[in-house]
Design a protein around this ligand. Structure first.
Ligand code: AMP
Length: 290
């Protein structure tokens, strides 16, 4: 595995890769790697001759009172994990390398952001698409890999790729979970021991919703209410949102009659956790399409 820290070296490397007509699979991350990230790499490894991973904690996507400074980082450990999973090139730019000057041009997301995390974190997705535009230009991937755990991110990137004609294919990889069901996340390290025990209830609450749908309930408001009640009675976290929306268009729905997402965000003392299930109208999670 080769570690690359500058845009210039990454671009020269990509040029050479392209001359050999190899396909590039790209996995952008913010590091502190876990099995959720490596699942993306494993899929990229299967589908491409070259795999590039980036690790960059992007200041543009953090709000002023969010955890940019405290975001967990461990470069040495990440390098080892990336290498073990067959990453060919690990792109590790500094903030100065990515943003040497205040940007004079950036990107603004208009659609699919007035709900869920887009609503709670104003500007977050504009920061995400701005950095991804830069990273896609630098690494010129044929295939890009994103986790279903961050489903709104997938929906926004799907739209960006289509709207701006990026010549690449987006792959959405299923959420990787701990043994008890908690979605793996770099932020899980912020949880106290008792919060960690409670956090699994987020997953259980999603399954409660799925069971309601299997049992024939098709009114989103009733399901959202039940899930909120469940989270309130079984965790000490504060609910940021519980929403049911069409997926990937993220529109409100009066009746569950098409592919949809149930998504939740809960704030614990130091960790804000998100999770979701994307289902077809009959509650199945196997054949989700973008
Ligand atoms: P992050 O480093 O948190 O920005 O995540 C980088 C990529 O890994 C994003 O596409 C995430 O959706 C994905 N990812 C993070 N956690 C998981 C997980 N538990 N399962 C699958 N993908 C994940």
């Amino acid at each position: 595995m080769q570690v690359i820290k500058t845009i210039q070296e990454m671009q020269q490397t990509v040029k050479k890769i392209k001359q050999k007509q190899s396909t590039i699979g790209f996995v952008p991350t913010m590091g502190y790697l876990h099995e959720g990230h490596t699942a993306l790499v494993d899929q990229a490894r299967k589908q491409n001759s070259i795999v590039i991973m980036s690790i960059f904690v992007n200041p543009l996507q953090f709000g002023p009172n969010e955890d940019f400074d405290k975001y967990p980082r461990d470069e040495m450990r990440d390098m080892k994990i990336a290498e073990e999973h067959g990453v060919d090139y690990l792109f590790l730019p500094t903030v100065d390398e990515m943003y040497p000057n205040k940007l004079g041009v950036n990107m603004t997301v208009i659609d699919r952001v007035d709900v869920l995390c887009g609503k709670s974190r104003p500007g977050h997705f504009s920061g995400v698409v701005t950095v991804l535009t830069k990273l896609f230009h630098v690494t010129q991937p044929d295939h890009v890999y994103f986790g279903r755990k961050d489903a709104q991110q997938v929906a926004v990137i799907d739209q960006m790729i289509k709207d701006l004609n990026f010549p690449l294919t987006l792959h959405m990889v299923p959420t990787v979970r701990e043994k008890d069901g908690l979605a793996k996340s770099s932020r899980n390290v912020y949880l106290t021991e008792s919060e960690r025990e409670e956090a699994v209830q987020l997953y259980h609450s999603l399954h409660l919703a799925q069971k309601k749908i299997f049992d024939g309930e098709n009114n989103p408001a009733i399901i959202v209410n039940e899930v909120k009640k469940y989270i309130q009675s079984n965790t000490s976290g504060a609910i940021d949102y519980v929403e049911i929306l069409t997926f990937p268009t993220l529109q409100p729905m009066d009746l569950i009659n098409q592919q949809f997402i149930i998504a939740i965000a809960v704030q614990f003392d130091k960790a804000r956790l998100i999770d979701n299930l994307i289902m077809s109208a009959d509650g199945k999670i196997d054949h989700i399409t973008l």
